[in-house]
Design a protein around this ligand. Structure first.
Ligand SMILES: NC(=O)N[C@@H](CC(=O)O)C(=O)O
Ligand SMILES: [Zn+2]
Ligand SMILES: [Zn+2]
Length: 343
């Protein structure tokens, strides 16, 4: 049987949500990931050291596998102060702060309305070495949803990166060739995460033969030339690109609705789906750097000290999975995945 042994990977972008569903999301994410950057877009959001500690404790109360550590993130709002950053950094659980342009995505109504007012906050992040994670989409009604990432890069991100050259910035869940080019051309302080679903799918998967709500996520799946650019970036060996699942569960009812929520659930089989994408690109030898080495290097954290083993052994994904009192439909539901993690 074909096997692949890699250093234990980390997930640099995941939504675990809160309440009863933590039982399911924490079990899935901690199965083999060493660490996960836990997104703060709860209602209300995680905005300071105190709420980050409380959320951290709720995650740890689920008794994740011993190899797992959640890394916490502050949600930037118009009210965030430099003191919030300094206090969170000193507390030690928070490693990054997240910029959601107001209204860009799920639970982003408290997001930032005027980025120019956050100057002192970005300066404090630069000084304390706290990373800035960015949901990179503009929200203007007149900008087409397929163009929102590209416009955000030119209008907001390029000037921001120029203004704060020492700020470490991760452009999250990139979906376009424009984003790949921007990150490649930027300094070593700029990196990006790429999801498994943006490597495996393009907008045809979501829209041909019927509308498939479980493929609907933000930033939205793009045309195949962009998918190809993401595959090339992830498998290029460049240290600037690393694994971030953006596994973002919503209940089956919330997805299969007249106005369905954005988000795809991949935490049930994350590294397995990435392995498929890398195998398809004939680049399995590049998976370890992308999944296990580049992320910690960029965050200034040690690489995990142990290994996991992937086996080429097809398995059937269930029709749905438990999600608190509800069900979540995972990516590849009722279909097979070619790889399995041993043990
Ligand atoms: N990716 C998504 O489609 N949804 C995420 C939010 C986000 O990461 O933008 C969610 O929280 O549901
Ligand atoms: Zn996002
Ligand atoms: Zn996300």
């Amino acid at each position: 049987m074909t096997t692949l042994t890699i250093t234990r990977p980390d997930d640099w972008h995941v939504h675990l949500r809160d309440g009863a569903v933590l039982t399911n999301t924490v079990a899935d994410i901690s199965r083999y990931f060493g660490r996960a950057i836990v997104m703060p877009n709860l209602v209300p959001p995680v905005t300071d050291a105190k709420s980050a500690k409380a959320y951290y404790d709720r995650i740890m109360a689920q008794k994740p596998e011993a190899h797992f550590t959640p890394l916490m993130v502050l949600y930037l709002t118009d009210e965030t102060t430099p003191e919030d950053i300094i206090e969170a950094k000193a507390q030690g659980l928070v490693v990054a702060a997240k910029l959601y342009p107001a209204g860009a995505t799920t639970n982003s109504s408290s997001g930032v309305t005027d980025i120019s007012k956050l100057g002192p906050v970005f300066a404090a992040m630069e000084q304390t070495g706290m990373l800035l994670l960015v949901h990179g989409e503009v929200t203007d009604n007149d900008i087409d949803i397929f163009d929102r990432e590209g416009v955000f890069i030119e209008r907001t991100l390029r000037p921001l990166v120029a203004q704060y050259p020492d700020l470490k910035v991760v452009l999250e869940h990139i979906t376009t060739q424009n984003a790949v080019e921007f990150v490649n051309e930027a300094g070593s302080n700029v990196a990006a995460t790429i999801t498994a679903h943006h490597l495996l799918f393009n907008r045809n998967h979501m829209l041909v033969g019927g509308i498939r709500p479980h493929y609907f996520c933000l930033p939205i799946l793009k045309r195949n030339i962009h998918q190809q650019a993401l595959i090339e970036a992830a498998t290029s060996g460049s240290e600037k690109f690393f694994l971030g699942t953006d596994s973002a569960p919503h209940t089956q009812q919330a997805k299969e609705a007249a106005c369905g929520c954005a988000g795809a659930y991949t935490a049930h089989a994350a590294i397995e789906l990435y392995a498929e994408a890398f195998e398809e690109a004939d680049a399995l030898d590049k998976l370890e750097a992308f999944a296990s080495l580049n992320g910690p290097r960029f965050y200034g954290l040690p690489v995990n000290g142990d290994k996991i083993i992937l086996e080429k052994k097809s398995w059937q994904v269930p029709t749905s999975l438990p999600f608190g009192e509800d069900r979540v439909i995972p990516i590849r539901a009722d279909d097979t995945i070619a790889w399995q993690v041993k043990g």
